[in-house]
Design a binder for this molecule. Sequence first.
Ligand code: PRP
Ligand code: URA
Length: 209
Amino acid sequence: MENVTVVDHPLVQHKLTIMRNKETSTASFRRLLREISHLLCYEITRDLELEDIDIETPIQPMKSPKLKGKKLVFASILRAGNGLLEGMLDLVPSARVSHIGLYRDPESLEAIEYYFKAPTDVADRLVVVVDPMLATANSAITAVDRIKRRGADNLRFLCLLAAPEGIKAFQKAHPDVPIFTAAIDEQLNEKGYIVPGLGDAGDRMYGTR
Ligand code: PRP
Ligand code: URA
């Protein structure tokens, strides 16, 4: 599929299987999401540009590579995006963070915004929007719309599970934004849940219903 990267690393797939299992506890689910986000972050940042800087080791001066350009922005779609965000920040602690509060109306499945906060200077930065689930894509499309309105023009979307319907809708709305996911599942059910999926990501992370 064009512009979609499936991160099929064995560790990602192994951890995802445990997360899907309904017997997995809230504590384990949260820990696994954080661990997987390290591996996904590694993949989504693979092509970041580097520039050589001058440093001195205890032995001698040298030129050594560091990340080029402005700090990244991680934009978390609340609530469940925070599970990915925490792990991403473990690897890129200097990243700026945006929070986008959205919930799905259970009837219409439209994404309703209740909170938005982002750095003012997102224009020159790579923005990685994170949410474990890409189902109808209403949430992801709304979040990307919102942060584009703030000025972002270099974006990537990172999730754990994507439905084919969600990928199609997202690519139609935002063809310029590549998708990274750990798996593409079969379909959505009549309630807009990913099948086989893992259930409601926010509820499984926080032990709510
Ligand atoms: C879940 C999930 C995504 C959204 C995906 O959030 O975390 O944000 O659904 O579905 P969509 O692609 O059909 O929009 P939810 O609205 O349940 O909110 P929560 O994270 O606060 O539980
Ligand atoms: N949101 C979730 O948390 N899970 C799904 O399967 C679909 C949307």
